[in-house]
Design a protein around this ligand. Structure first.
Ligand code: MG
Length: 106
């Protein structure tokens, strides 16, 4: 699935099952909530915390939750994430092409 297809899939789902998008600010809050859920799994899986009884390692699902809300926000704000990602990659490459190679800490 391409990023464009993912944006279209989310839009189709929202129109079919979601009635309408939550407002942009609500979805921004939901994005923070989902990032927090992802952070909780990371802290337990890779950090010093352990899973509580009943909790499970659902790292991939939490990442998908974050992606879902981000795709919603992109659709709501008229953002073409395919183009945005391409431009962002160009920016990172021109800015950082030697930076990390020259970092003695890496
Ligand atoms: Mg979640």
């Amino acid at each position: 699935m391409t990023i464009e297809e993912a944006q279209r899939t989310v839009d189709d789902w929202i129109r079919t099952y979601g009635v309408r998008y939550f407002s942009e600010l609500t979805n921004m809050t939901v994005l923070m909530e989902e990032v927090g859920e992802l952070a909780r799994v990371m802290a337990r899986k890779y950090g010093d915390q352990s899973f509580k009884p009943g909790e499970k390692d659902n790292l991939a699902d939490e990442m998908a939750d974050v992606l879902w809300v981000l795709l919603c926000l992109a659709n709501q704000t008229g953002t073409d994430l395919t183009e945005a990602f391409r431009r962002n990659l160009e920016k990172k490459t021109s800015r950082d092409k030697d930076r990390h190679k020259n970092n003695p800490k890496l």
